[in-house]
Design a protein around this ligand. Structure first.
Ligand SMILES: Cc1cc2nc3c(=O)[nH]c(=O)nc-3n(C[C@H](O)[C@H](O)[C@H](O)COP(=O)(O)O)c2cc1C
Length: 155
């Protein structure tokens, strides 16, 4: 993890869409948000960040941006998948605003679900560490939110 981009955030907003439910089976359920711009200004990767719910509360998250290469190969469509920490409610249909604060690693193609689960556990630990030092109260002002599925860079 580098501090090179500390203070810069990518923000994506959109309604939670149905996923494959595989995340739940793996033990890491995700809220999936479609990316409108398939190239985008945010690269594929795994991030630590914050998710702002429709009611204005913030929940810490480990977030994947990419094509799920373990399951879909290079031609999958890009999406944002947020695994909210210590959270169990249903978010389906709710509009979330996802703040990507720290790039943790690149997307990887894993050879098994078990290998992916091991990586996800490390991502969650890294995300916990980052959010502990970067509380939601310190996020930069968003102003008017970006259109659904578009990425805005702040800072
Ligand atoms: C923190 C995090 C990191 C992830 N990293 C990868 C990855 O490196 N490679 C990959 O193929 N999928 C990755 N994923 C996506 C999982 O493959 C995906 O969440 C899982 O297959 C469930 O998909 P579903 O939400 O459609 O059910 C990641 C997901 C999260 C939440």
């Amino acid at each position: 993890m580098s501090d090179e981009h500390d203070g810069t955030f990518f923000v994506v907003r959109g309604p939670v869409e149905p996923g494959d439910k595989r995340g739940r089976e793996l033990g890491f359920p995700t809220a999936n948000i479609a990316l409108r711009d398939q190239s985008g200004q945010v690269g594929d990767g795994v991030w630590a960040g914050w998710v702002e719910r429709a009611n204005g509360t913030f929940v810490a998250a480990a977030v994947s941006v990419g094509r799920r290469p373990t399951y879909y190969g290079a031609d999958g469509y890009r999406l944002v998948e947020a695994h909210l920490l210590d959270f169990a409610d249903d978010l389906y249909g709710e509009t979330l605003t996802v703040w990507l604060g720290r790039h943790l690693r690149e997307q990887q193609k894993y050879t098994s679900g078990e290998a992916l689960v091991e990586a996800l556990a490390l991502d969650v630990a890294a995300a916990r560490e980052w959010v502990a030092g970067h509380p939601a109260s310190g996020l930069p002002a968003l102003g008017s939110p970006p259109p659904d599925g578009e990425v805005r860079r702040l800072g």
